[in-house]
Design a protein around this ligand. Structure first.
Ligand code: FAD
Length: 589
């Protein structure tokens, strides 16, 4: 009987099943395997492109190349058909914008088709790209599941288990911390000789690019946050506020959110990913009279406060006070300030129909910015375009001006005073003060100085990234901007470097070429500046409806988790047909 069981176990036809059940890895290089899956899926999905693109051979080539790229980059979870379909179809919207509107005309020696006529002409190709994406997502998923069954899971190099596990502690559950944890899990697989702990005072990753839409009542707050515990599989998540880090005894202290005993967490490797805080440049009046715009709670408070102001204004008979209630001042003309001004302006004007005693002329959304051009992150033409289209929708601008002081009911600029009951501060941020308090070497903004491998000099196994670190690109020697785009890439690079440091490998300097920037400036309008990759290596700028479509396609595909994607999509569809919700969800008093 025993012999029979042994024979059965080693029978060749049962080998794949046994491998899958035991988790034994296939010996094929994982990237070769993924590229092969993606190419095969791309070939099947090419049907959609061949039927809709004018140049068929090019369509097949593109379908294969993009399929291989998709297969290599995206690693679907088993049987996640809906997620794969949705993600690939959403990515296809962005590819349509880049390929059909910009790259293919450029290769044919024609100008990009981003004017209304041009976009209309390439619109039939849109359906082809969406269908291509959907088929690609589904077939990649099916092939990946099939190959897993036949050949066993992907080969992940494993390290023999050590007597005492190496403990890696990550501080901060934002883009940088969460990506580092996810990639560490991927890099180390099931290796039991390493443990991961993530300490964060929020229990979810906040998708900040969509925060303005929460303040503007377009999206439900919880739909843009992803619980850390759901996304991480073998990382211990500790909800706590880090109050002290002792780099000599190698221990982190975290306060419990409900005032219990502090928790002490020892580490072998420590990652600082604590982000940034609002910087009021020492002005306590502004701090006390303004709203921050960094967290989900900030966005919820702003939305509820604006509704509160409309309620007060509706019963107010004094026209001057009524105007004061309906004036919203936003300090700072960077991405956060501009997107918020656009969203609040749309929201405020959109809900007027519910308030019979208020008129559009009474609403005043004013953006105060210290420079002459808003959106310094984009080119001057796009900044100017954004300003003009926002002005056309009723936003006022105070350019070359600063908010100097504030008191309840008034905001003081350097040239005049604005009677306003709402001030939102996006004009300054500073790296998390804990970086300085820990005794780390910091730059003049307070960001931790790291070398090109994201390591902090002088402390073995201590690393920093994201908004709290002064990261310099290892290739270009340029400082990396504090954006989610960079934080995500730094997280991936850091996970590889930590693994190399533990296993005695070679550390790789961080390098990333920015993909560009997208900014929504109001309903159905956005400004975009995209950096096309090799061989074109050009930066293209466009704006309007196409940019807005791209913004939605790209950010929807980047929002973690299928469930969140569906919820956000449903919110957007509802917004097309129904007025904005004015139910107050928190009592601000
Ligand atoms: C409104 C807004 C819109 C934005 N839009 C874009 C955009 O469109 N594109 C883009 O690329 N970037 C955008 N950004 C910038 C982007 O959000 C940041 O660059 C990015 O979040 C940085 O990631 P991070 O992980 O370093 O910091 P964060 O994402 O801020 O994460 C820091 C984490 O640390 C936690 N934390 C902080 N202090 C402690 C403590 N003492 N103890 C425990 N936990 C702590 C926080 O709760 C948080 O989870 C936007 C930012 C804002 C505010």
């Amino acid at each position: 009987m025993q012999l029979m069981e042994q024979e059965l176990k080693s029978h060749p036809s049962l080998e794949p099943q046994r491998r899958l059940e035991t988790g034994e890895a296939s010996s094929l290089n994982r990237y070769v395997r993924r590229a092969a899956i993606g190419t095969a899926a791309g070939l099947i999905a090419s049907i959609a492109l061949v039927a809709t693109q004018p140049n068929r051979p090019l369509a097949i080539l593109l379908a294969l190349a993009l399929g291989a790229l998709y297969g290599m980059v995206v690693r679907p979870a088993p049987l996640a058909y809906a997620d794969s379909l949705f993600t690939a179809a959403a990515l296809a919207v962005a590819v349509w914008g880049v390929m059909s509107v910009i790259v293919l005309p450029a290769l044919a020696g024609e100008p990009p088709r981003w004017d209304v006529e041009g976009v209309r002409a390439v619109f039939p190709e849109f359906a082809g790209w969406i269908l291509y994406g959907a088929i690609l997502g589904l077939t990649t998923q099916a092939f990946a599941d099939g190959v897993n069954r036949v050949m066993g899971p992907e080969a992940l190099p494993r390290k023999p288990s050590a007597a005492q596990a190496t403990s890696i502690v990550i501080l901060g559950g934002g883009f940088a911390g969460m990506t580092t944890a996810e990639n560490l899990e991927r890099e180390f697989g099931a290796d039991p000789s390493v443990t991961f702990t993530l300490v964060s005072d929020a229990n979810a990753l906040l998708f900040t690019p969509m925060l303005a839409e929460v303040a503007g009542s377009s999206l439900e707050p919880s739909h843009i946050s992803t619980p850390l515990r759901t996304s991480l599989h073998r990382t211990a998540v500790v909800r706590g506020h880090v109050t002290h880090v002792d780099l000599e005894t190698r221990c982190v202290r975290a306060a419990s959110p409900h005032g219990g005993e502090d928790q002490e967490i020892p580490f072998h490797h420590l990652v600082f990913a604590l982000g940034s805080v609002s910087n009021y440049f020492g002005n306590e009046n502004i701090r006390n009279c303004s709203f921050d715009f960094k967290s989900l709670l900030d966005a919820i408070r702003i939305r509820n406060h604006v509704i509160d102001m409309f309620e007060c204004a509706d019963r107010e008979t004094d026209p001057a006070i009524k105007k004061e209630f309906l004036t919203i001042v936003i300090a700072g003309g960077g991405f956060a300030g501009v997107e918020l001004a656009g969203a609040l302006n749309d929201f405020a004007r959109g809900i007027l129909a519910d308030y019979p005693h208020l008129r559009s002329e009474d609403v005043n959304v004013t953006l105060v910015h210290a420079r002459d051009l808003i959106l310094p992150e984009l080119s001057p033409t796009l900044g100017e375009y954004a300003r003009r289209s926002m002005e056309a929708r009723g936003v006022h601008f105070e350019l070359g001006r600063r908010v100097m002081d504030a008191r309840p009911g008034a905001v003081m600029l350097d040239n005049r005073e604005i009677a306003a009951r709402t001030l939102v501060w996006t004009a300054g941020t500073a790296p998390n003060p804990l970086m300085r308090e820990c005794g780390l070497k910091v730059d003049k903004r307070g960001a931790a100085l790291v070398d090109k491998n994201l390591a902090i000099a002088g402390y073995k196994g201590v690393w920093a990234l994201g908004d709290c670190a002064a990261v310099v690109d290892g290739k270009t020697q340029q400082p990396c901007p504090p954006t989610a785009q960079f934080a995500l890439r730094e997280g991936r690079a850091l996970a590889r470097n930590i693994k190399a440091a533990i296993q005695g490998g070679k550390l790789q300097p961080f390098h990333f070429d920015s993909l560009g920037a997208l900014c929504v400036v109001g309903h159905h309008t956005a400004a975009a500046e995209l950096n096309l990759p090799w061989p074109i290596r050009k930066s293209v700028r466009f704006s309007g409806l196409l940019a807005w479509f791209m913004w939605r396609g790209i950010y929807l595909s980047k929002l973690p988790g299928l469930e969140r994607k569906v919820r956000v999509l449903i919110d957007w569809i509802i917004e097309l047909f129904f007025p904005r919700d004015i139910v107050q969800t928190i009592d601000l008093k």
